[in-house]
Write a protein that binds this ligand. Structure first.
Ligand SMILES: *Cc1c(COP(=O)(O)O)cnc(C)c1O
Length: 451
């Protein structure tokens, strides 16, 4: 199993050729899921005492399993938040996979951590965070939001001299991502809904009003501002919220998992004014920064505060904690970690940051053109003025079942993956564009399929 053999050589060539061919496909096949019974019938029992052999196991993956997984980088995958990893980022994922890197600590992963930190630095600079800012890459926005809020509460507890309030509370808009509610539940804190305006935007004034209502002993330790909500792509009034947080001594966490990639786009940068005052900040390179799963950048204004909350201590870790080095394990709820920032770093280092700005601008342009296309058609109607690349609209006269049937048919036909969403009680259509290969023609095709 561990010595390179002639068999390994043969299957190795085959696997590398497969990876190369997948990367060169244009377009990639959309594919679609199959029910468990169907996969059971096609693939059978694959884990056996004697093993199937690499050729057969790989055949099953290639012919049965891979076609039963949707390609998130298909240009007409416009559901949820898609992904569009660059070729170089995906290629480099192969290298990371082959390199046995332990990226939890500097001692073991120095070279990898050094490169990851330069990629994080770019992200911190985009947000305008100070030179001492830093953090680590985690699995996703969910893990990043949790880690940031844990650091926020730990800091608040320290400031209160260790005295806990009757109830800890976090404030966020009703439009905040579901993972913030999950983090609050894991931490057993109350998530307080702050009303947003009719476009889904949370304003500093609304945060101030909510804080006043809770009073002095509200136990509030953080406010989460969204820099691109998932459902509508709304960027909250970060400057106003930052002002209130500064007044009240509260931690500002900015969840930019999807949207804050647009910090790199000159045409959208102004939307994020105030993000430079965040105490912590998350953006997912596996969404709109062209990295493969799973990769989220988590950055703290003052990493020392996060380190106090997150460092694990034990006798077997003293060889690490006794050294004064930068350990990614100190900045989130994890210890062992894959060097998941390296594919992002490699692509960024190879292409340069200007190529990223241009690719993000391209998706913004397609989104603006999509708005024009929607407005030009009488069977559809927008439900908001898009700030980023999420566009929500209704098909006049459709019931929820009509949206579902339409969405199922597009997937069944291998044409597009566009699922409906719900907004203020209404089922509507929604597209999210992060793939520079998505064209206005793709959007036209989808709109015309709703006639
Ligand atoms: C996607 C998303 C998340 C969750 O990120 P994962 O990477 O899926 O864990 C959190 N917040 C926002 C705004 C998101 O769009």
């Amino acid at each position: 199993m561990h010595r390179w053999t002639e068999d390994d050589e043969r299957i190795g060539q085959e696997i590398l050729a497969y990876a190369r061919d997948r990367l060169a496909l244009d377009p990639v096949p959309l594919d679609r899921p199959l029910p468990p019974s169907e996969l059971e019938r096609l693939a059978g029992q694959t884990v056996t005492p004697q093993g199937l052999g690499a050729e057969e196991a790989f055949r099953i993956f290639r012919e049965i399993l891979a076609p039963a997984t949707i390609s998130v980088d298909h240009p007409r995958f416009l559901s949820f938040i898609p992904a569009a990893p660059s070729d170089l980022a995906m290629l480099f994922d192969l290298v990371v996979g082959a390199s046995s890197i332990y990226a939890g600590t500097w001692l073991e992963g120095a070279g990898a951590v050094f490169a990851e930190n330069q990629a994080l630095r770019w992200v911190a600079d985009l947000a305008g965070l100070p030179p001492e800012a830093g953090g680590c890459f985690v699995s996703g926005g969910t893990a990043g939001n949790l880690a940031a809020l844990v650091a926020a509460r730990h800091t608040a507890l320290d400031r209160r001299g260790g005295e806990r309030p009757a109830r800890w509370r976090v404030l966020a808009s009703q439009e905040v991502h579901s993972s913030v509610a999950t983090a609050a539940s894991v931490m057993d804190v109350e998530l307080v809904d702050v009303p947003s305006d009719d476009q889904g935007r949370m304003w500093g004034s609304a945060v101030r009003a909510a804080l006043d209502e809770l009073g002095d002993e509200g136990g509030v330790f953080a406010v989460v501002g969204s820099a691109g909500t998932t459902n509508l792509g709304v960027v909250d009034d970060l400057a106003g919220i930052a002002e209130v947080c500064a007044e009240r001594g509260l931690w500002l966490h900015v969840d930019g998992a999807y949207g804050s990639a647009a910090l790199a786009a000159p045409s959208a940068r102004h939307l994020f004014a105030g993000v430079e005052r965040a105490d912590s900040f998350v953006v997912d390179p596996h969404k709109w920064l062209f990295a493969p799963y799973d990769c989220a950048a988590l950055v703290y204004r003052d990493p020392e505060l996060a380190r106090r909350a997150h460092t694990q201590r034990a006798g077997y870790l003293e060889a690490i904690t006794a050294r004064d080095e930068w350990n990614p394990s100190d900045y989130a709820v994890h210890l062992t970690r894959r060097a998941r920032g390296l594919p992002f770093w490699f692509s960024l280092a190879a292409h340069g940051t200007e190529a990223y700005a241009a690719a993000i601008e391209r998706t913004l342009e397609v989104a603006r053109a999509a708005v024009t296309e929607i407005d030009a058609r009488s069977h559809v109607e927008r439900v908001h003025d898009p700030m980023l690349t999420v566009i929500a609209f209704r098909r006049l006269g459709w019931e929820p079942e009509d949206y579902q049937r339409w969405s199922d048919r597009l997937l069944q036909d291998g044409y597009a993956f566009v699922v409906p969403t719900r907004h203020r009680g209404e089922t509507i259509a929604r597209i999210a564009i992060v793939n520079p290969l998505t064209t206005v023609d793709d959007v036209r095709g989808i709109l015309d399929s709703m006639v």
